[in-house]
Design a protein around this ligand. Structure first.
Ligand SMILES: [Zn+2]
Ligand SMILES: [Zn+2]
Length: 276
């Protein structure tokens, strides 16, 4: 069985206040836990900090986890320097992420993002140990999980992941550029990630009206996310990477309009765990 917990469901930048309190204001981070395996952390946005707090409150041993990172935009890595478990002796984090456009490694890109003057210390000043791996269109062997990554259209090198364990499957596509004309074409790599999965977690940043103004900003509509799920016969779709301006009332209304899609569609919400 796989337990999937949403720790951060926003895109772009965190948000807070009474209008967004129900679905939550932290940026992208989902934890996947299979019994007897290391936890998989999908992206390291500000939601990672809350996974870390819970981990420290419940685990008697230092962190030993795997992070699958889609890309380097702030909303996907900003939780890392505030991830308390990695400040402990004996902690270990194995991190997978996309090789960069100039051929440089994901490791060097993260090291360049987390250092002075934008952060007081560098990654190597933290007490835990990191092990980095580059991915593109890759097959990844980790513990008992079967994982593939595929490049996904966005802005800059970006991947999505498909994770299988014990007959359960998840596709994670946090940021996905919808075709500029608003059409619903499914790239081959995306189809490989999503075909027949139990749960698709997918970018749903914009309304149709917003997409008309922001077609080149790297994201897609909730309708496109549902269309990808239907085209690839996903069983459930979690609408994810909500715009920071999207209110709880608007997200509630999104759920209502998606119910007729003939597939279970729900709006991802911080703190919710799904068992697969
Ligand atoms: Zn993002
Ligand atoms: Zn992005």
């Amino acid at each position: 069985m796989l337990n999937v917990t949403f720790h951060g469901v926003r895109g772009s930048t965190p948000c807070h206040g009474p209008e967004t309190a129900k679905y939550g204001g932290n940026t992208s981070c989902v934890a996947v836990q299979a019994e007897g395996q290391r936890p998989l952390l999908l992206d390291m946005g500000t939601g990672l900090r809350y996974f870390g707090k819970n981990f420290l409150a419940t685990s008697p041993t230092p962190l030993d986890a795997v992070a699958l990172v889609t890309h380097l935009h702030w909303d996907h890595i900003q939780g890392l320097p505030f991830f308390a478990p990695i400040l402990q002796d004996g902690a270990r984090l194995e991190v997978f992420g996309p090789v960069q456009e100039d051929g440089s490694s994901f490791a060097s890109a993260v090291q360049n993002a987390i250092k002075q003057p934008t952060f007081p210390v560098g990654l190597h000043d933290l007490r835990g140990k990191f092990q980095f791996h580059d991915v593109a269109d890759s097959v990844i062997s980790i513990d008992g999980y079967q994982i593939i990554s595929r490049l996904v259209p966005h802005i800059g090198p970006t991947v999505g992941y498909r994770i299988e364990f014990g007959g359960a499957s998840i596709a994670y596509i946090s940021d996905h550029q919808q075709p500029y004309d608003g059409s619903f074409a499914v790239p081959d790599g995306v189809r490989e990630l999503v075909e027949g999965v139990d749960l698709l977690i997918h970018d749903a940043q914009y309304t149709m009206e917003e997409f008309a103004d922001k077609a080149h900003w790297g994201h897609c509509t909730a309708e496109f996310a549902v269309g990808i799920g239907l085209a690839c016969r996903a069983k459930r779709v979690a609408l994810y990477h909500h715009d920071p301006d999207r209110t709880d009332d608007q997200l509630d209304a999104t759920r209502a309009c998606s119910a007729s899609a003939g597939m279970e569609v729900f709006v991802a919400r911080e703190g919710v765990t799904i068992a697969l």
